[in-house]
Design a protein around this ligand. Structure first.
Ligand SMILES: NC(=O)c1ccc[n+]([C@@H]2O[C@H](COP(=O)([O-])OP(=O)(O)OC[C@H]3O[C@@H](n4cnc5c(N)ncnc54)[C@H](O)[C@@H]3O)[C@@H](O)[C@H]2O)c1
Length: 376
């Protein structure tokens, strides 16, 4: 589909590989990859079918053969690498969180605006057809005006005292961990599905595991591979209440220490006439509630509305999942580049800045123990 688009990927851990698979599935040319060392880049290039391993991220960004740079590194590198790529005239896909501070996220949005380049952030859960369907049911008025938005985003991969990641350190990951890492996805969906904006919130956070080992590998690989331990300075759990600009109330629980929950982003939107609920661990289904009857809609071309059907790439019953969301997201990024116009619904640096503002409010509220306004 995009044989003329030349792609470079920085960071070849968990999500860098998902980006690489998406880029290749779309027929783009994977010019090369950069990792934390030249040796790792060379190995990853072979494994991912990339043209070459670059010695460093800066070399990849400076290569005139690269049109679009995917930044898939730990969070503390997002700002510098995205700035560098934009100033080199490259389109950028930068992983969330766009940066570890609001000021840097705002600066990146400005740089992207000045450049006229496509600058996107993978809030990929928007790309489940069932999420598109939920949005359509709200937008069409079927649920009536939204009154309550509630849910949770739960994982268990950091439940054990031996489990760790670079994310645990505020220096690498930012002041917020669980919320910035996964709660930001939930808030993006809440606002995108409903069209409401969170205007104020109150939060509380908890560090459940006080000390963890120093990280010694990529995400999901680090347990038991390190002996030194250090105090944890980012939250395992965040709970919040919020109000929206259009009069709805909401609540959210975010946790990376909830046994049995692997990647359970669950969101329910309740309106005056009906409700919709989405569960990422059962993403092929959408729950629809009314006073008289509840329905479980199974993803299938025959029952989806047109905006959702456009993202159903497999026939019903042939399960779509996380990688498909990523491929659909990357397809919309590359289409935006080709058309020189942002495809509707593509999460951009504007959405990355929005997430940074909400994250900042969550951290601030937890510190102060009071309600905080979320800036627009
Ligand atoms: N959108 C999503 O659904 C999603 C999912 C997972 C992760 N993420 C985000 O993606 C980013 C990476 O997360 P991950 O889980 O893949 O982490 P990871 O630890 O698995 O991978 C990080 C990679 O970055 C590399 N790296 C470190 N320093 C580097 C440098 N200076 N130059 C080049 N490469 C370098 C590491 O070698 C590693 O391969 C994070 O910001 C995370 O929040 C997003």
């Amino acid at each position: 589909m995009f044989p003329d688009l030349r792609v470079g990927i920085i960071g070849t851990g968990f999500v860098g590989r998902v980006h690489a698979a998406a880029a290749r599935s779309l027929g783009a040319e994977l010019v090369g990859v950069a990792a934390s060392t030249p040796e790792r880049a060379a190995v990853a290039a072979r494994e991912l079918g990339a043209g070459r391993g670059f010695r460093a991220a800066e070399e990849l960004v400076g290569d005139p053969r690269v049109d679009v740079v995917h930044v898939c590194t730990p969070n503390d590198l997002h700002f510098g690498l995205s700035e560098l790529a934009l100033s080199a005239g490259k389109h950028v896909v930068c992983e969330k969180p766009l940066s570890t501070s609001v000021a840097e996220a705002a600066a990146l949005l400005q740089s992207a605006g000045r450049s006229g380049l496509v600058a996107a952030v993978p809030f990929v859960y928007r790309f489940h057809p069932t999420v598109r369907e939920a949005r359509e049911r709200v937008r069409s008025g079927e649920t009536g005006p939204v009154t309550v938005i509630h849910g949770s985003y739960l994982q268990d991969w950091l439940l054990g005292v031996g489990e760790t990641s670079w994310r645990v350190s505020a220096q690498r990951g930012g002041a917020s961990r669980a919320f910035a890492d996964i709660g930001s996805h939930w808030c993006d969906l809440a606002e995108w599905i409903t069209g409401h904006r969170i205007v104020e919130l109150v939060s509380t956070v908890q560090v459940t595991v006080a000390e963890r080992p120093l990280p010694a590998g990529t995400t999901f690989e680090t347990a038991g591979r390190s002996v030194s331990r250090r105090p944890v300075d980012t939250e395992d759990v965040a709970c919040l209440l919020f109000h929206t600009d259009r009069g709805a109330v909401g609540s959210l629980t975010v946790s990376q220490v909830s046994a049995g929950r692997k990647n359970r982003l669950w969101i329910e939107v309740d309106g005056a006439e009906g409700s919709v609920a989405f569960d990422q661990e059962n993403s092929e289904y959408l729950w629809l509630g009314t006073r008289s009857a509840n329905t479980i809609l199974m993803r299938d071309q025959a029952v989806l509305s047109a905006p959702a059907r456009a993202y159903a790439t497999m026939p019903g019953g042939h399960a779509q999942g996380y990688q498909d969301c990523f491929s659909a997201f990357v397809r919309d990024v590359y289409t935006s580049i080709a058309r020189r116009e942002i495809v509707d619904g593509l999460p951009t640096f504007l959405d990355g800045l929005r997430a940074a503002r909400i994250t900042d409010a969550v951290v601030d509220s937890a510190r102060k123990g009071s309600w905080i306004e979320v800036s627009a």
